[in-house]
Design a protein around this ligand. Structure first.
Ligand SMILES: Cc1ncc(COP(=O)(O)O)c(C=O)c1O
Length: 480
């Protein structure tokens, strides 16, 4: 098709866009228990207004756009205060959790390069539940990720295993507050002590939780300290595009002091163009998410967030209690906020991935998670403002479907599993279409109607093969 020869009318363009969006996950109607963070129309309105006002500005150079410098400093000041940082704590506004984590790892690597120049192959210690973005950082920045076990019941990082794996190559310890998969907070204070004993950096991944947890604590939940109050914590990431309801593309990464943050920055004067100094990965960057984040925080204020947090807390209690009451299901660990994983109860046969498909057919989106190490494959439910009041409705459907499906096999048909098991990671590119056709894919780049089959196959494969499959699939869907 290429570029349209002539421009279309505004009405046409918008109508086409709207039509395309028809098959997207619905936003804000409370039927999605993942992906969405919708805090209502008034919040959307202020976001839209601020985003629109900031569209033309360029974050490449805050001296040309002083409003951006002010917006970022004000956002960082709120963030630092929220996480009990003193006046030495500094940071950066980033495009999301992944960028915050990438930067935290790059900072640790460059800090190590400066302070331990003899170290050529640095490592970081990652609990099995740590977000995949740390693995991305490992790949991008050549810091080897060493996995730390998590307790098979609580899903919190195993401190003894972490201690045992610290060696002369370690530069960074990692803990989550909480981890996405089970909503469980790692033993942050104890990891902080380890970091102090061994003179290591320690990043707390608060991408999903750090904004909400202080509110839950104020509402009476027992939240173990995870922020700058904890000695040994050297950096924290906190997303604003999740439970602060900012537009997508909004997170912060904070450091104990400016000396550490220095290692995050990049400057280049060794070319013939303008002098470059970047705080984050992008150079030219949109100011829209920053303005949107700032505006939503001004609009809701502490009081507004506390009120929403109280609704989320009720929704979470209803969800966890309700899931525990469904015969045939069990909740994994003790979630400390509305991120809840549930799987088949011990001794029960339940096709978890088909259950996810069935829920979607009935209008409810819940996220399937593959099994990994000690964590069995499960369904993941995330509470956010628009679904918190719909938990009861969703659980009623879930209970019905669990009852209907109990006893059904949880495995893909044997020939498919055999074919998948015969694949080595390096075979995937050649045999991907064959595998997908066997799983019922109608054509290249299209998922089979029964998505469960794909998950069942993936679940049976080692992580490296899963990864190759995912990349092959992405390559297909992004072929115009
Ligand atoms: C704990 C945690 N860390 C990092 C991320 C990555 O954030 P993003 O998707 O904004 O890049 C997530 C996303 O859910 C998360 O839950």
């Amino acid at each position: 098709m290429g570029m349209p020869a002539k421009g279309e009318t505004r009405e046409n363009v918008i109508a086409t866009l709207r039509e395309m969006q028809q098959s997207d996950l619905p936003i804000g109607d409370g039927h999605a228990f993942g992906f969405i963070y919708a805090a209502g129309e008034a919040v959307d309105e202020i976001k839209k207004a601020a985003v629109t006002m900031a569209l033309g500005a360029n974050g490449l150079d805050p001296t040309m756009f002083p409003s951006l410098r002010q917006l970022e400093n004000e956002v960082l000041d709120i963030a630092r205060d929220h996480l009990h940082g003193d006046e030495k704590v500094v940071g950066s506004f980033t495009s999301g959790g992944t960028e915050s984590l990438l930067l935290a790892v790059k900072t640790a690597r460059d800090h190590a390069r400066a302070t331990r120049p003899e170290l050529t192959r640095p490592t970081m210690l990652l609990p099995e539940t740590a977000h995949s973005s740390f693995h991305k950082a490992a790949a991008y920045f050549d810091v080897e990720a060493i996995e730390v076990a998590v307790d098979p019941k609580s899903f919190a990082a195993d401190l003894d295993d972490m201690r045992a794996k610290i060696d002369e190559r370690t530069i960074l310890l990692v803990g989550s507050a909480p981890g996405y998969a089970h909503g469980v907070i790692d033993p942050i204070e104890a990891i902080g002590q380890l970091a102090i004993e061994h003179d290591l950096l320690f990043h707390v991944d608060g991408c999903i939780g750090a904004f909400l947890l202080p509110y839950l604590e104020r509402l009476g939940d027992e939240i173990p300290p995870f922020d700058f109050r904890v000695p040994g914590v050297s950096s924290i990431s906190m997303d604003l595009h999740k439970f602060a309801y900012a537009p997508k593309g909004a997170s912060v990464v904070l450091y104990r002091d400016a000396e550490l943050r220095r290692h995050q920055y990049f400057a280049c004067a060794a070319w013939s163009g303008y002098s470059v100094v970047n705080s984050t990965i992008q150079s030219t960057k949109s100011a829209a998410p920053l303005a949107g984040a700032w505006a939503v925080m001004r609009f809701l204020g502490d009081e507004g967030y506390l009120k929403i947090a109280s609704e989320l807390r009720e929704g979470t209690t209803a969800l966890v209690d309700g899931l525990r009451k469904i015969e045939g299901l069990k909740v994994l660990g003790e979630p400390q906020m509305g991120l809840v994983a549930a799987t088949a109860a011990d001794g029960v046969q339940l096709p978890i991935f088909r259950l996810a498909d069935r829920m979607q057919e009935r209008g409810w989106y819940v996220q399937p998670q593959l099994g990994y190490r000690n964590s069995p494959h499960n369904l993941h439910f995330q509470i956010e403002p628009s679904n918190a009041g719909k938990v009861g409705e969703m659980l009623a459907v879930l209970a019905e479907e669990v009852a209907n499906m109990t006893g059904e096999s949880d495995l893909a048909p044997a020939p498919l599993l055999q074919m998948a098991a015969s694949l080595k990671p390096e075979d995937i590119r050649m045999r991907f279409n064959e595998l997908m056709a066997m799983a019922g894919s109608p054509g290249p780049g299209e998922l089979p109607k029964e998505r469960a089959l794909v998950n069942e196959v993936m679940n049976a494969l080692p992580a490296e093969t899963r990864q190759e499959l995912l990349k092959a699939f992405l390559g297909q869907i992004y072929t115009p």
